[in-house]
Structure formats: C-alpha cells, structure tokens
Design a binder for this molecule. Structure first.
Ligand SMILES: NC(=O)c1ccc[n+]([C@@H]2O[C@H](COP(=O)([O-])OP(=O)(O)OC[C@H]3O[C@@H](n4cnc5c(N)ncnc54)[C@H](O)[C@@H]3O)[C@@H](O)[C@H]2O)c1
Length: 251
C-alpha cells in the first residue's frame, strides 16, 4: 500500500468516535502522527491505543472546540510535541435539538452554533497561524449535506453547516498564496453514534430512504475522501465542498 501521509502531523477534532475516529485510524495507517482531540477522554484514549497497537504514533488532548482557549492550547501543545502542524480536520460536532424555529430554544441554538460553527472558526484561526510557521498545510472542515440544503426541525445544525462552507471558502481565498489549502466535506447521513443515538429504528429507516443508494454511509467511506483531500493527490483542490452522500443532493 502506498502511504500518503508519511511524517505529516495531523490534529483531528471529535476524534473519539464515528467519522473522526475512522479518519484518525486511516491517517495513522498512512504514516501520519495523530493528535486525537475530543471532550470524551476515555474513548479518545482508546483510539490512541488502537493506533499504537497498529504501530502508529498518537496522543490524546482534551479539547472542547466551543472554547477558543482550548483550541489555542490544542495547537500549542501539538507544536510542543511535534514541532509542526501539517493537517487539521475540524470534525467535532453535535446534532443539536430537533424542533421548528418557533420552538427551538435559545440555549440549544447557542450550543449548536458554538460547537458546530464557532468551533471551526476558533480551530482554523490557530491552525492557520501554526501552518504559516512552516511551509503551509491543509485543513478539512466537516460540513454536511445540510450545509447545502435545509432539513426541517434542524435549524441550528443547518445554519452552522452552511456557515462552515462559507468559512471554508474565505479561509481558502485568504491563504491560497501562503500554501494552505482549505476544503469542506459534506457527508449524507452516516451510521455513527450521532445518528444512531438520536433516532429510533423507524427514523433511521426513513433517513435511509432519502439516499438514492438505499443505505446510510459508513464513517470509513468519509475517511477515504478526507485522506485524498489531505494528501498531495489533491494538490490543486482548494475552497471546495465535496458531498459524499449516496446521491442525496442530486435529487
Ligand atoms: N453522522 C452523520 O450522519 C453526519 C452527517 C454529516 C456530517 N456529520 C458531521 O461529522 C462530524 C462527526 O460526526 P459523527 O457522526 O462522527 O458523530 P459522533 O457523535 O460519532 O462523534 C462526534 C465526536 O465529537 C465529539 N464532540 C462533541 N462535542 C465536542 C466539543 N465541543 N469539543 C470536542 N469534541 C466534541 C464527541 O465527543 C464525539 O467523539 C460532525 O461535525 C457531524 O456534524 C455527521
């Protein structure tokens, strides 16, 4: 197997579970040093152990991405440990509440925007400043199909994911000449705890029917797209949004 990320240092937020975990395992297999960043310390340490058992190099840092200070310390400690930052995946996110706007609580709105949108801005701010100190880097922001279309009763999530796509474009424009590439991924519904813990079997079945391929995606499939975007194979891809959705957005 050709290893695509040899000696690259990658910070991955929301890496204790689901898509972030799959990205961490795949990137480690491809030779990257992985900083597993999450609020869930015990699951995060398990991901580190899995990487080490497979012969990779990784360490866990606790980080609540809705806190700017945490995002700053995450990058400071990464630089202390590895001396550089090459790849950042801003993936941490929550589903947020499910209610029409008139009933959507202010607390739920604030929390969803803080984690799913402000967290990406805080992350990029510090990641970009670290990448400017070496010869650049690549950032991938985890948006969603719901960054392109609405989904009734998910206004906090939908607004945050649309915002991520805008932030991605701006960051790409601002740093393209400085060797930093910034792209966004838009998964359809993926079989992870974010979906499985929030929905019953009937609701999951309804979601499956929304995807022309007739199934949910797998976190490993999203990780393959992230790998390509993080590698030199996508060297002229910048400011882009890549859906990975079994055809959802083609309808
Ligand atoms: N699963 C899907 O259907 C789907 C679809 C489109 C986009 N996404 C996006 O992919 C990303 C990952 O989702 P997932 O499905 O793997 O979910 P998941 O629930 O399996 O994993 C999310 C991880 O983020 C962590 N997290 C939550 N809040 C955090 C915070 N404030 N700071 C740091 N870490 C935090 C959780 O502890 C968890 O480990 C999210 O941004 C989500 O919106 C998921």
């Amino acid at each position: 197997m050709e290893k695509l990320l040899i000696e690259k240092v990658a910070v991955i937020t929301g890496a204790s579970s689901g898509i972030g975990k799959s990205i961490s395992l795949l990137f480690a297999e491809h030779g990257a040093e992985i900083v597993v960043a999450d609020i869930d310390e015990s699951k995060g340490r398990e991901v580190v152990q899995d990487i080490e058992k497979a012969g990779g190099n990784s360490f866990f840092l606790k980080c609540d991405t809705s806190q700017s200070k945490d995002c700053e310390q995450l990058i400071e400690r990464t630089l202390e440990k590895y001396g550089r930052l090459d790849i950042a995946i801003n993936n941490a996110g929550i589903a947020g509440d499910s209610a029409p706007i008139g009933d959507y609580s202010i607390e739920a709105w604030d929390k969803t925007i803080a984690i799913n949108l402000s967290g990406v801005f805080y992350g990029m701010k510090h990641q970009i400043n670290a990448m400017l100190k070496n010869e650049g880097g690549t950032i991938i922001n985890m948006a969603s199909i719901l960054g392109k279309v609405g989904f009734a009763t998910s206004s906090g999530y939908v607004a945050a994911k649309h915002g991520i796509i805008g932030l991605t474009k701006n960051a790409a424009l601002e740093y393209a000449k400085k060797g930093i590439k910034v792209n966004a991924i838009g998964p359809g519904f993926i079989g992870t705890p974010l979906v499985e813990n929030n929905l019953n079997d009937e609701e999951v079945e309804q979601l499956i029917q929304l995807h022309p391929q007739g199934r949910l995606g797998k976190p490993e499939e999203v990780a393959e797209l992230a790998l390509w975007l993080a590698s030199e194979k996508s060297s002229f891809v910048n400011g882009a949004y890549y859906p990975i959705d079994g055809g959802y957005l083609s309808q």
